[in-house]
Design a binder for this molecule. Structure first.
Ligand code: MN
Length: 129
């Protein structure tokens, strides 16, 4: 699998977090698309089919869980793995993310040492691509 052939849509409203994630994954060789809110993500998704979506939960306007439920309810998007990235540490948030249709969950602050391998494992879970 060549990472250059894989794309990731990052949905994140915090510019510093976005830069960090895009830097790390861009360095890994992935093609990165950036959306700073759910509306931008939906607009991009009319044109692109990413191999993974990294989903911030707290977003202005439509939150990440609502966007996840919306995408997982659509036949053309439900196969795309969605990994929640959230600062929420409250008990139950992981369950809430999974119930909304997220395929996985990464806590902020991001552990830059393991982040790339976690991302790679979620992308390979798609199976034969
Ligand atoms: Mn946020």
């Amino acid at each position: 699998m060549k990472k250059q052939d894989k794309s990731i849509l990052v949905v994140e409203d915090n510019p510093l977090n976005m830069e960090l994630i895009a830097d790390i994954l861009g360095t890994e060789g992935y093609l990165i698309y950036q959306a700073f809110n759910s509306e931008e993500a939906l607009t991009l998704l009319k044109k692109i089919k990413p191999d993974l979506i990294l989903m911030d939960i707290q977003l202005p306007g439509m939150d990440g869980l609502t966007l996840t439920r919306l995408l997982k309810g659509r036949d053309d998007f439900k196969h795309i793995p969605i990994v929640a990235v959230t600062a929420h540490t409250m008990k139950g948030d992981r369950e809430k993310a999974l119930q909304s249709g997220c395929d996985g969950y990464i806590s902020k602050p991001i552990d830059v040492k393991v982040f790339p391998s976690v991302i790679e494992s979620f992308i390979s879970k798609r199976g034969a691509v």
